[in-house]
Design a protein around this ligand. Structure first.
Ligand code: 5GP
Length: 193
């Protein structure tokens, strides 16, 4: 069942730009310049959709996931951990995996210090976009390496015409996307109904 968050949908209609190649540009309010009031409202919506009692930690990936994750962390008083895209020289014990990026057409590594993701953790993953689900897949691998549990995955925007949503829901993962886009064909933004 599609459950679009109308505040975000209206903002995407107003300020989002559909670029050739099926890329949605939202950098005037989400990805580059940030609208904190909108972020606050989106975090409240995540908080309605994911029971805070089901997770103890919020996980994301730098950089674009940090803003929505920290906003939810503030509302729920839960710690936020972001997977790093470059291994810090000071990090020794860590969990590492590879993620393929279609938008950049490259593979990169993400890592988390093993002390911040353990078998004691039940995590909620938050990110800006769900497209092919490769970033989410990398997170699933890190969670499995840590022996942690997954409570759910929340995305601001899901590109419903790409494979990620089906890939995750087929594994019975609780996935919530605040806005699902059906098509960006002809540079027009069509939302799932
Ligand atoms: P996935 O790993 O699901 O294939 O892709 C998710 C990542 O790709 C997101 O974190 C985001 O950085 C990037 N991405 C994918 N599609 C888009 C898009 O249409 N617009 C923007 N701004 N980023 C995208």
């Amino acid at each position: 069942m599609v459950n679009n968050f109308s505040t975000l949908v209206e903002r995407i209609k107003k300020d989002g730009k559909s670029l050739p190649g099926g890329i949605l540009k939202v950098d005037s309010f989400i990805n580059h310049q940030l609208d904190p009031v909108l972020y606050h409202e989106m975090a409240q919506e995540f908080n309605r959709r994911f029971d805070p009692a089901t997770y103890n930690k919020i996980l994301t990936i730098e950089a674009s996931g940090i803003a929505p994750a920290i906003m939810l962390g503030l509302l729920t008083s839960k710690p936020v951990v972001f997977a790093k895209k470059k291994k810090p020289s000071t990090m020794s014990n860590m969990l590492v995996t590879e993620v393929f990026s279609f938008t950049k057409n490259t593979t990169y590594q993400i890592c988390i210090a093993s002390e911040f993701l353990t078998s004691q953790d039940k995590v909620l993953f938050i990110d800006d976009f769900l497209a092919n689900g490769k970033a989410a897949q990398g997170i699933l691998d890190l969670i499995s390496q840590a022996g942690a549990q997954l409570a759910g995955m929340g995305f601001l925007i899901e590109k419903g015409f790409q494979a990620g949503g089906k890939f995750l829901r087929d594994q019975n993962i609780h996935v919530e996307s605040l806005a699902i886009i059906d098509s960006l064909d002809n540079c027009e933004i069509t939302f799932a109904q």
